[in-house]
Design a protein around this ligand. Structure first.
Ligand code: NAD
Length: 320
C-alpha cells in the first residue's frame, strides 16, 4: 500500500520513517512525502496513493475528498486528535476509511499550557527582549505566584486532566467544567457550572474540542462573566474564542492577559504565503500589538515523545 503524506512543515518524517522501517516496510507499505499542505491546488499529488496521511492544516472538505476518492484513495489517516477540519459526512458517503490519533502525550500540550501561563504571569517574554537590549530594569514586570490561585479548566479530558495534575503540584485550586464528568478529574479538582468557573478563576484554560456546540464558547456574553483581570489561555482550537470579543476584553482590562497556541485564522494562514497574510490579517496584527498577549504557532503537541506516539498510532490505524 502506498501512503501519501501531506506535510506543510515536514518535521515528523523521521518518526514516521522509524516506525515504517521497523514494522511496515516488510509488509509492503510505502510512504511518499509531499512537502505541502493538502488543498484543492495540491490534491493531484495524491495520485497513485491508496491512503492519504493528513494533519490539522490540511483541507479535507467534500471537494478534496471526492477528488481523492476518484484517484482510488481508500483511507484518510489523520495524524492529529482534532477532526473538525474533515467533512465526515462526505467521507462516509464516499466510503472512505477515516482514522485519527485520539491520544498522544497529553503531557506535551499540558506542559505547553503551563509554560504559557508562567510566561505571561512573570512577563518572561518581555524580560527576555529587554535583557537582550541590556535593560535590566524591573518596571512593568511584576508577576504573581501561581501557588494558591484558582485555575479553571474547560474540558477535563486527557489534556485537561494532565494540566490539572501539574497545577495541583503548584498548589493551585483547580476547577473544571465538562458535560462529561470523570472520577479522575473529580479527585483533583472541583466540577462547576461554566458561569461559576468563569467568575471564580484567576486563569481560564480551554481544553475542549471545537464543534458546533463549542464554536465561540468564549464570546462577549461569557467574557462579561469572567473574574475581572483573569488570564485566558487557549491551546485547543482557535474558534473556541471570539477573537474580536477577546480583544475588546483585553482593552477594557476585563482580561489581564491572553496566551494562544491556536487562532481562528490558522488554516487560512497555513494555506497561503504566511508573510503577506499575517501582515494583512487585521485581527492577528491587532493581537500582536498587546504586550500582554503571547502567541505560539500550534506547537503544543511538538515534542519528540508526542511525534513518536503520533507516528505509532497513525500507522497502527492501518490495521483496523
Ligand atoms: P479529549 O477528548 O480527551 O477531551 C476533551 C474534553 O472536552 C472531553 O472530556 C469532553 O467531554 C470535553 N467537552 C466536550 N464538549 C465540551 C464543552 N462544551 N465544554 C467543556 N468541555 C467539553 O481531548 P484532549 O486530548 O484532551 O484534547 C483537547 C483538545 O486539545 C482537542 O480537541 C484539540 O482541539 C486540542 N489539541 C491541541 C493540540 C496543540 O498542539 N495545541 C494538540 C492536541 C490537541
Amino acid at each position: 500500500m502506498k501512503i501519501v503524506m501531506f506535510s506543510a512543515q515536514p518535521y515528523d518524517e523521521r518518526s514516521f520513517d522509524e516506525v515504517l522501517q521497523r514494522d511496515y516496510v516488510s509488509r509492503g507499505f510505502e510512504l511518499v512525502y509531499q512537502k505541502v499542505a493538502l488543498s484543492t491546488q495540491t490534491v493531484a499529488l495524491a495520485q497513485g496513493g491508496e491512503a492519504v496521511c493528513a494533519f490539522v492544516n490540511d483541507q479535507l472538505d467534500a471537494a478534496v475528498l471526492e477528488t481523492l476518492h476518484g484517484y482510488g484513495v481508500r483511507a484518510i489517516l489523520l495524524r492529529c486528535a482534532g477532526f473538525n477540519h474533515i467533512d465526515l459526512e462526505a467521507a462516509r458517503r464516499l466510503g472512505l476509511f477515516v482514522a485519527r490519533v485520539p491520544a498522544y502525550s497529553p503531557e506535551a500540550v499540558a506542559e505547553h499550557t503551563i509554560a504559557l501561563i508562567l510566561t505571561l504571569n512573570r512577563h518572561t517574554h518581555r524580560a527576555y527582549n529587554r535583557v537582550r537590549e541590556g535593560n535590566f530594569m524591573l518596571d512593568g514586570l511584576l508577576g504573581f505566584n501561581l501557588h494558591g490561585k484558582t485555575v479553571g479548566l474547560i474540558g477535563t479530558g486527557q489534556i485537561g486532566l494532565a494540566t490539572a495534575r501539574i497545577l495541583k503540584g503548584f498548589g493551585c485550586r483547580v476547577l473544571g467544567y465538562d458535560p462529561y464528568r470523570t472520577a479522575e478529574f473529580a479527585a483533583l479538582g472541583d466540577y462547576m457550572e461554566l458561569d461559576v468557573l468563569l467568575a471564580e478563576s484567576d486563569v481560564i484554560s480551554l481544553h475542549c474540542p471545537l464543534n458546533d456546540a463549542t464554536w465561540h464558547l468564549i464570546d462577549a456574553a461569557r467574557l462579561a462573566r469572567v473574574k475581572r483581570g483573569a488570564m485566558l489561555v487557549n491551546t485547543s482550537r482557535g474558534a473556541l474564542i471570539d477573537t474580536h470579543a477577546v480583544i475588546a476584553a483585553l482593552k477594557s482590562r476585563c482580561l489581564s492577559a491572553l496566551a494562544i497556541d491556536v487562532y481562528e485564522q490558522e488554516s487560512q494562514l497555513f494555506f497561503h504565503d504566511r508573510s503577506s497574510d499575517i501582515i494583512d490579517d487585521d485581527v492577528f496584527t491587532r493581537l500582536m500589538t498587546f504586550p500582554n498577549v503571547i502567541v505560539t504557532g500550534h506547537q503544543g503537541f511538538f515534542t519528540t515523545e508526542a511525534l513518536r506516539e503520533i507516528a505509532e498510532t497513525t500507522l497502527r490505524n492501518l490495521d483496523c
